[in-house]
Design a protein around this ligand. Sequence first.
Ligand code: SF4
Ligand code: SF4
Length: 595
Amino acid sequence: MKKTDVNTYQHYLKVVDCQQACPAHTPVPEYIRLITQQRYSDAYMLNWQSNVFPGILGRVCDRPCEPACRRTRVEDKAVAICRLKRVTADYKEDITERLPKAPKRQNGKRIALVGAGPASLTVARDLLPLGYQIDMFERDAKAGGMMRSQIPQFRLPHDVLDEELNYILDMGVNGYFNHPIDSLENLLNKNYDAVFIGTGAPKGRHLPLPGYDDCQLDIKIGIDWLSGVSFEHISEAPKRVVVLGGGNTAMDCCRTAKRLGATDVKVLVRSSFEAMKASPWEKEDAMAEEIAIMPNHSPLEYKRNDDGSIQIAFEKVISSYDKSNNRTLTPTGEIVKVDCDLVLVAIGQDTSFPWIERDIGLKFNDWSQPILNKLTLQSTLPQVFFGGDSAFGPENIITAVAHGHKAAISIDLFCHGKQPENRPDSDFNLISQKMGMHEWRYDNQIEHHQRLAVPHIDWQQASQQLATEVELGFDEQLALQEAQRCLNCDIQTVFTESKCIECSACEDICPLDCINFIDDIHKSGDANTLLAGKLRVEKATPEQDYFISDKLHTGHIMVKDEDLCVHCGLCAERCPTGAWDMQKLILSNIEATIK
Ligand code: SF4
Ligand code: SF4
């Protein structure tokens, strides 16, 4: 069989499921180990290098890393990766001296950033230390973009937000706030070397059902309403509020309405409860605050009642999914009418570029999205780059950060007359963790602890205070316990064929039965098909590759299922010749991933 190519970092990164799943490739197991050593500032800085906003993301990240976490191979729930990130921010010392500084002499290149959200801020952070002049133009009064305008303070306090934004702004950003850009052509005429557009997806979708005209005064777009609350233009909500939609914005709307005085708050959504787009923990928190979530309700019409309130008619539906996960809603004929005083529509949002002239060479596709090179984020106007939600539509903060890193590399190459497609090489290193016969530099004991819940304030108190953070975060003791659930997936099992004497000791001791010595298969083709029925455990998922060795002395091959390994190191401990070694993967220059 074809030996697995282990000369690229991709094979090893894939094994570190959480790091691979994070768009910015945060080195999760390394920062979790630093937490166990109480080296919080080091853990924070490691996060800061890749994800830029550890305190913010440690509270409000969409957590693409957690569904990937290998801990779910041995228990139900993933390591609380996100909330451990918050621990690094909560317990760090003053790290300002450790932040990079912009050089006194600039490099003569001027970059305009349109928007001051996570993508633009990441570009600024990456380019300022290289000597670029950064001019940031933002329509709002303060930086932060949707992190400030759409995420309520009870999930993301403004002091946490401001602290991490100021780390970047204080590096020397020229900020022009309350300064919307209304013409890209005019901006380009100011002769910037490059322009980065990170204006998000600021246009909330309307739901103009029959009766809308009569009721529109009391029907608000969810993100605009949240923004009004954030900037203190709105300070109260009427008694009965209905939120239409099932994503995280809907959850933020309903919980905010409760805090502004609403006593009867309902969320009605077309989809089933399980298929709602909101993160499971956001739904749990809303329900803990006694907000009714009513799935399978399809809105039909609005009606103005005689007493001035609004009635919305819904038809109950049954949602079903085909094999490709396409949803069908089947009407049941059952009509439900809900009275309320305010409707918040949170059914999605779109990008909006009325300020980009269509005759200046920047091309858009049929969906009014800019046509971009996915590798570089460069538009059809070579000096203009996009990132964050404005690039491909709404995603999340960590994806915006990944875009920011990518665009910063592209802009740096472009400004130096190089092709942005010619990306700098990534590199990797493997370092043995052996300290003796049976000792490792990492904790390889696998304790069977269930995931710990994050403490929060009393729910009754929570739903009354707009600016009080609900989650208290892990204390140091809980953080240590939760950190110990991590399996150190970056400590790789490295196999050296020439040392193996095929004694099968590793095969015997492996608790997951993931090591196999089998006859070589003299066929080419898909490894999964060729190996079917030949291994001790059938492959559980196609997500991880097999690690297939070269031919051994007897003609056998070693096949390890990377999906199953829990990095316990028993194979390396038992091996009498050191053919197995546990080696820590260190990646450098690793480029963010855009899916
Ligand atoms: S167990 Fe640890 S290293 Fe492995 S995927 Fe989960 S958080 Fe990442
Ligand atoms: S580290 Fe070795 S013994 Fe432990 S699960 Fe992985 S392959 Fe098996």
